[in-house]
Design a protein around this ligand. Structure first.
Ligand code: NAD
Length: 492
């Protein structure tokens, strides 16, 4: 069904209706109300965007970096002015609480702020007299057209791990938002348009697999950033690499948190509950397995169960709500099935959050915080990314066993330790195989001025998003070696 609510694409500075023949409904996950229809744009529309971006690149790369970042300064101001509306839009389409959406937009804006420093960050290096009378200079130049393929869980923030750096470095850009949450990016691109950015520098193409495949195959798209699940990350990485593209593909996760007996129980419980149940567990840095060591078992288990039961679940727009719904009805069913599977693998369902009744929101995709105790450490539940508000508890006897469990996982996005021991922290930081480490921190989210690391099957590529890694990803180095014999100048 098509109605007036069909979202347009933004190609070459024009908002244009897609020629798509298929549309998906964008649904508010708390109310099940229809918000919009998103077109599944065909390859031809990605091709138009790529051609427009390639044309725009000719002039954009010659625009001085100091001028390019003026658009980012304007964007920063527009994002601040529209902060409330953007945060509300994230909650409407994604379900997280308003406070979580505000946090997300703050992190997005911080990336714009960091990218305003490109005139310094993009500088190269040089050395005189690499041999007698010969100087060498390393210059960074933009690549050309780059694209981002986004997941559903941070519609406002994730594109900003890449976009501001890409355009500030002189590249032109294509955004493919998640088809589940395309509204936030519509609004952000409207703000980008208001900065006066030249046409074709940023393009927006809505869609799903056909649009992604067209991005992967277009010869003029030089670099692709992907964030999403690991199977799709692997697909993007291999098909994109076969086509000679530069790639950074951020995948899924299964984040373990270790609690030592000397951890402060009150603080640990509060922080781990926020990590496991914040954003309804739909964060790539959500705590998914809590591993208690020794005596931590009893105190932590009781405390986290109490905290989980008390969490206020509802529409993220309502005041006092601490956790919203999961993204779709299918996602809710999948999570409920995984909880059941955990029981079948022998776990005790300590807190059962399935099938809640949320007054006024009976159609919403709600699951309350859930805790599975004594989870089989080699079973499916201990290995599968649930991406919902489900925490698995495992008990072990030593920190060595706990670190071995952390390192046996296929993912390596984040691992955390709760302790008051500096020596234990140092050992953990040194030995844990994950790209983001938290010590007495539940969501080790790197700020915009650090790269967002990720190891093993949580990341495919080399250079990460944000900060100096983003600058390296969006530029290619050129080395110039020069000899200017001094007697040549005598001719003039
Ligand atoms: P997803 O993999 O289903 O979709 C991500 C994007 O890929 C979407 O734009 C979608 O249109 C596209 N896509 C999906 N299937 C495709 C296919 N077969 N071929 C081509 N394109 C396809 O992920 P999601 O459900 O939107 O997001 C949740 C996942 O993202 C979780 O696994 C989460 O851990 C991960 N994630 C990772 C990070 C990180 O930093 N590592 C951050 C956020 C989310």
């Amino acid at each position: 069904m098509i109605n007036n609510n069909v979202l347009p694409n933004y190609i070459n500075g024009q908002w244009t209706a897609s020629s798509a023949t298929e549309y998906l409904a964008v649904i508010n996950p708390a109310t099940a109300k229809l918000l919009a229809q998103v077109p599944l744009s065909p390859a031809s529309e990605v091709n138009q965007a790529a051609e427009a971006a390639a044309t725009a690149f000719v002039t954009w790369r010659r625009t001085p970096p100091t001028e390019r970042v003026q658009y980012l300064f304007k964007l920063k101001n527009l994002l601040e002015e529209n902060f409330a509306d953007l945060s509300r839009t994230i909650t409407l389409e994604c379900g997280k609480t308003l406070a979580e959406s505000q946090g997300e937009m703050r992190r997005a804006i911080e990336n714009v702020e960091v990218a305003c420093g490109i005139p310094m960050m993009m500088q190269g290096t040089n050395l005189e007299d690499v041999a007698r009378g010969i100087d060498e200079t390393m210059i960074r130049q933009p690549l050309g057209v780059a694209a981002v393929i986004c997941p559903f869980n941070f519609p406002g923030m994730i594109p900003f791990w890449f976009l501001p750096y890409a355009i500030a470095c002189g590249n032109t850009y294509i955004i493919k938002p998640s088809e589940k949450v395309p509204l936030t990016m519509q609004k952000i691109v409207q703000l980008l348009e208001r900065t006066g950015l030249p046409k074709g520098v940023v393009n927006l193409v809505n869609g799903a697999k056909a649009a992604v495949d067209a991005i992967l195959d277009h010869p003029k798209i030089r670099a692709i950033s992907f964030v999403g699940s690991t199977p799709v990350a692997k697909y993007i990485y291999s098909r994109g690499a076969a086509n000679g593209k530069r790639l950074q593909c951020l995948g899924g996760a299964k984040n373990p948190i270790i609690i030592l007996p000397d951890a402060d129980v009150e603080m640990t419980t509060r922080i781990i509950a926020d990590s496991a149940f914040g954003c309804a567990g739909q964060r790539c840095l959500a705590a998914s397995i809590a591993v208690t060591v020794g005596e931590a078992r009893h105190s932590f288990t009781d405390a986290i169960a109490e905290t989980a039961k008390k969490r206020i679940v509802g529409n993220g727009l309502d005041q006092g709500v601490e956790m919203g719904p999961v993204i779709t009805a299918q996602s809710k069913t999948r999570i409920e099935e995984l909880i059941q599977q955990g029981r079948e693998e022998g776990a005790n369902l300590l807190v059962d959050g399935r099938y809640p009744k949320i007054s006024g929101y009976e159609q919403g995709n709600f699951i309350r915080p859930t805790i599975l105790q004594n989870v089989d450490r080699v079973g499916k539940i201990a290995r599968t990314e649930i991406f919902g508000p489900v925490l698995s508890l495992i008990h072990l006897d030593s920190i060595d066993d706990a670190i071995a469990l952390v390192n046996s996982g296929q993912y390596g996005n984040m691992a955390c330790l709760f302790t008051s021991s500096g020596a234990a922290s140092r050992k953990f930081r040194y030995e844990a195989e994950a790209g983001n480490i938290g010590i007495n921190i539940g969501v080790a989210a790197p700020m915009a001025f650090f790269p967002f690391s990720g190891w093993k099957e949580s990341f495919f590529g080399d250079l990460h998003g944000q900060s100096n890694h983003a600058v390296e990803f969006f530029t290619q180095t050129k080395v110039v070696v020069e000899r200017w014999p001094s007697d040549w100048s005598r001719q003039f």
